[in-house]
Design a protein around this ligand. Structure first.
Ligand SMILES: [Cu+2]
Length: 216
């Protein structure tokens, strides 16, 4: 009797796992060129199919005087560590309303991560290197990803159902709300959604041609 019950439970959980599909996303500009670093978020239209739990520590590295990655999406309350892989010092800061912090001039890895406890976009800068800019998107969406160089992102294991999708990019002309699409994810197979985004010009300051002071 007990074995039959276990077998039934096994079949039920197997069935549930089968009811998930993959979503493929493609984001291009108006000329059809792929856009890197687009945040893609999926929210179930009715009810929450999965809790938005904080992730374990996420890393935003500093390599060759750039942030890696340029855009990072995290669930609310996720701690982020900002190691410095360069042989010089960096000074990471944010003046954004959703999180203000400063990691004064440092080498190596700061002892403590910074926890992002408010929704919204946090813009990161470095006090020494003006061109260093990165973004943290703090989301309450249970499913999210970012696009790669081909402008593609995958959201695997989306339970079947209707979802609202939104995207965000630091230079997009539209508001995030204007990017909204609704789609029904079926039990199996892959669904593809695409966006065409007009981007504002890149206004980041140019990298300094030579180090101004050794050690920085
Ligand atoms: Cu720096």
């Amino acid at each position: 009797m007990k074995n039959r019950y276990l077998a039934l439970m096994f079949l039920m959980s197997w069935g549930l796992r089968l009811q998930a599909a993959e979503l493929g996303v493609v984001v291009t500009d108006k000329d059809g060129k792929a856009i890197l670093d687009v945040v893609v978020m999926a929210m179930p239209t009715e009810g929450q199919t999965k809790a938005n739990k904080p992730q374990k520590t996420v890393v935003i590295d500093q390599v060759d005087k750039e942030f890696v990655n340029h855009v990072t999406v995290i669930p609310i309350d996720t701690p982020v560590l900002f190691p410095n892989n360069d042989n010089i010092r960096h000074h990471v800061y944010s003046f954004s309303a959703s999180k203000q912090f400063e990691l004064p001039l440092y080498k190596d890895t700061p002892a403590k991560p910074v926890t992002f406890d408010k929704l919204g976009v946090v813009t990161l800068g470095c006090n020494i290197h003006d061109w260093m800019v990165a973004y943290i998107y703090v989301t309450d969406a249970p499913y999210f990803s970012t696009t790669n160089k081909e402008g593609k992102a995958q959201l695997p294991n989306l339970p079947a159902g209707e979802y609202t999708f939104r995207i965000w990019h630091p230079r997009m002309e539209l508001t995030e709300q204007a990017t909204q699409q609704t789609a029904v994810i079926k039990n199996s197979g892959e669904t593809t959604l695409s966006w065409q985004l007009a981007l504002k010009p890149d206004l980041r300051s140019r990298r300094a041609p030579l180090p101004i002071q050794p050690g920085y």
